[in-house]
Each structure stands twice: as C-alpha cells, then as structure tokens.
Design a protein around this ligand. Sequence first.
Ligand code: TRP
Length: 340
Amino acid sequence: MEGQGTQQTGKKVIFSGIQPSGTLTLGNYLGAIRNWKQLEDEYQCIYSVVDLHAITVRQEPAQLRRRCTELMAIYLAAGLNPEKTLIYCQSHVPAHAELAWILGCYTYLGELQRMTQYKDKAQKHAANLNAGLLTYPVLMAADILLYQADLVPIGADQKQHLELTRDIAIRFNGAYGDTFVVPDGYFPKVGARIRSLQEPARKMSKSDPEDTYIALLDTPEAIRRKFKRAVTDSEASVRFDPEGKPGVSNLMSILGAITGDSMEKIEADFAGQGYGAFKTAVADAVVAELEPIQNEHRRLMADKAYIETIMRASAERASAIAARTMRKVRRKVGLAPFSL
Ligand code: TRP
C-alpha cells in the first residue's frame, strides 16, 4: 500500500526506536539520532523509546524507568523538536502490544527462528530464553505498521527484522486488502559504521569493554583519554584505508561524520603530522559536538516534569494515530465491534 502520510500532516511517515537498555554510544548518535533532526521538516517523524523490547532481557525496574526518561532527554537534547516530532515511550501506547499479538498470528515460527539476532540471543541468554526473545521482531513490526510508516531508519543489524515486517504487511494486505503501508528501510550514509576503538574489526558496542566505545554522556576527560589510547598502526600517516589501516580509518570516519569533511581533506589536513595531533583533533571535535548535548541533557534531567509533559502529549498524539490503524485491523480480522 502506498503511504498517504498521517491525516494531520500529509507528510511521509518515518518511524524508529531505540531500546532504553544501556548506554548510548557515539555510534548510536552519529549513526542515528544526529541524522533524525535533519528529517524533521520533510517528514512526520515518530521516535519511540522501546521499553517493551527492553524487557526481553531482565532489567532492574528502577534503572529501566530512569533510562526511559534519560533517553527521552537525549532525544530532546539532540535537538528534536517535540512540537513536530513525536517522541514517546512505547509502553504508553498499549496498541503496540495489541497489534503485536494480532500480527503474531500471521507470522510463522520458522520465520522467527531464522532471525540471526534471535539465534545470537538464544545463545547469549540461554538461562532466560523467553518467548519475547523469539517474538521480538513481531513487536517491532507492530511498532512500524501501527503508524503506517513509509521509512524506517535502522542499522544494518535490523535489516532482517524490517524484511520480516514487510513480509507480514504484504501477507496481511494480501489476505484482507490494503491495510498497512509496506515500509522501506532508510540507511544513513555517514556514521553508520563507527567501530570499536580497540578492535576496529568490530562495531562500536556498549556491550564491549568501556575503553572500546565513547558513551554519549562520557566526560570530556574520558573522551580524550579513550581517543589517546585508540589503536592505530605503526605507519604514522593519516590515510584512509579501512582494510589496511582500520583503526586510523575509523578515527577519520568519526571526524568526517562530525565535520562533514571528506577523507581526502582530512588526509591533506594531517599530512606530515603524527597520530598524536590527529587523535587530539578527533577528540576535540567529538567533545565539541557532545558537550552542548550533555549540558542540555543535564538541564532537562533536572526538569523531569517537563520531560513527562512531552511524553504524555506525544503518547496521546501517537495513540490517536495508532487507534485509526487498530480500528481498521479489528474490522478486517473480524473482531467483534464495540464502542464504549
Ligand atoms: N530492534 C531495534 C534495535 O534494537 C529497536 C526497534 C524497536 C526499532 N522497534 C523498532 C527500530 C521499530 C526501528 C523501528 O535497534
């Protein structure tokens, strides 16, 4: 089905979500949140803090609650405008869970068991291999289809889940006639693949040791220290060669993602200079980018009432959009009509 935009705006809809389950990294920021702000005018953007996804692994309740508020504050601190963009907490809109149940009845076990992320998680969480780990992508499909999203910004690791979302939407539309927009992925050009500072063969990840990633809320001192210790090579020349010089190339990508400079320009700027000066420049750029966000984040976290106001208003607007899809789905599936 073709996207028609939301009834309010007529704009194409973008939906994405981040789990409030850990520290956000510089990779999350450069690969996702930083780009979101640029989409705000052209699209109706909807960004969710997906706490229902987070509970597929055990969370400490107080910590989960705090991280949800914190992630909301990060969305806001990164410059998203809550008047335009919907930023809300997934569990505040019960239709996510409701649609996930219905879509689960149109998803085959074999499809879910084939998901690589499920297979990884099944190994990692063998002691708590709950059904939610398996049905995780159905909830993600519900998130996306509920808002009739046209585009879904995601990292490469979520591509398979988006494919499944499309398959479910096409299957449902095939059975009942046009109901859901079939969404496309939206893949950022820069910053999508920020790598570990110690093992650049790996993606920068918050589940790796601390000195391998930059956390969004790291102090400037920690950021400088981590870049100083980042692995490079023995050639002492700033040259972009992801295969031969993965460490240096990663640092160049980080710098380029922030400044917008090409790799050629960075090479020219640092020609004849050692890695010391280069690393300092990368650290300075990252600190300059993150410091204002951190300050705003701190300010917002001291004003929880404001964050709650935004959360409530956004959840209300999100619920209204979701309700339209749910009415349609209930009718198509044949659930008994009712009105309160
Ligand atoms: N599964 C995604 C991740 O771990 C998070 C997510 C949940 C999501 N629902 C979504 C992303 C809907 C995009 C759209 O990164």
